[in-house]
Design a protein around this ligand. Structure first.
Ligand code: PMP
Length: 286
């Protein structure tokens, strides 16, 4: 695969960053993952807006964020990804400079963009649902920044894998906040519920779409805390994310949720989401 690094296109194995890169030393950077369906980038503008907000939060200035779309498009062409499913990965760090905590002067940010084919999850994840575990939310209070500082997410997700589960749900004060790499939804009292958009979650682009699709499937949506006890009392659960899409959760901490099958709201949401993707890919291609 060809990747982009600091103005140049090169084979992935030739791409190198400095050991002084602040992404390596301090996790001083952000990233984005966008999905490509039928060769077309899905929700590009939303990903770019979130990236731009992240750069502003970190006070990293890059010359031309709009150029990232051209880079992504060129990678899709060069890597022959203009049909089928793929992902675009973008990482921007403050750049390389001798190690000192405060921002260095006159440093060029490191910009890395890659694209690769997307290997879809096994179909059974969607037809049967996946397992999740609960995990104490020990993250910082700026989870709204898509920081490459993902250690808590890595440890949580590893705990899920070790328990043969797909996702770890971060829990704080008896409230389910979000997944290690996805947002969480529960159907509570007939409303599609998810934790409010604030500094304690990464406000997912798929999450926003799910909230918008509530209208299409004719159910109210609510941004409110989901109590762990509501989950174990049998709330229908699903995850949302760029690579996770809409994924039913049917066990939590090894306990069966409801009847152990994906619920009707989840199925309706999955269908509405797939229809939206098809419409969007068709209109981008046109
Ligand atoms: N929360 C976290 C912690 C994530 O890492 C992700 C995936 N990037 C999400 C939520 C879902 O966000 P999106 O729908 O934009 O992929």
């Amino acid at each position: 695969m060809i990747v982009y690094l600091n103005g140049q296109y090169m084979p992935h194995e030739n791409a190198r960053v400095s050991v002084d890169d602040r992404g390596f030393l301090f996790a001083d950077g952000i990233y984005e993952v966008a999905r490509v369906y039928a060769g077309q980038i899905f929700e590009w503008e939303a990903h770019l807006a979130r990236l731009t907000n992240g750069l502003r939060a970190l006070q990293i200035e890059i010359a031309d964020t709009a150029a990232l779309e051209n880079i992504a498009d060129r990678l899709l062409n060069e890597n022959k990804l203009r049909s089928g499913d793929a992902t675009i990965y973008i990482q921007i760090t403050r750049g390389a400079a001798p190690r000192a905590h405060a921002f260095p002067a006159n440093v060029q940010p490191t910009i890395f963009v890659a694209s690769k084919p997307f290997k879809q999850h096994p179909a059974t994840y969607f037809t049967d649902g996946v397992g999740a575990i609960t995990y104490a939310d020990n993250r910082w209070a700026r989870c709204d920044i898509k920081s490459v500082s993902l250690l808590p997410n890595v440890l949580a997700n590893q705990a899920a894998h070790a328990a043969d589960a797909f996702e770890a749900i971060f829990v704080k004060d008896g409230v389910a906040i979000e997944g290690s790499h996805s947002n969480l939804f529960a159907v509570v009292n007939g409303a599609i519920t998810t934790y409010p958009s604030c500094n304690y979650i990464l406000s997912g682009i798929t999450r926003r779409i799910v909230l918008e699709l509530g209208k299409t499937i004719g159910l109210p949506v609510r941004e409110a805390p989901i109590l762990i006890e509501e989950i174990f009392a049998g709330a229908e659960l699903f995850l949302s994310g760029t690579t996770t899409e809409i994924m039913p959760v049917t066990t939590v901490d090894g306990r069966t949720i409801r009847d152990g099958k994906p619920g009707p709201v989840t199925k309706a949401m999955e269908k509405a989401f797939m229809e939206l993707i098809e419409r969007s890919a068709a209109s981008r291609a046109a």
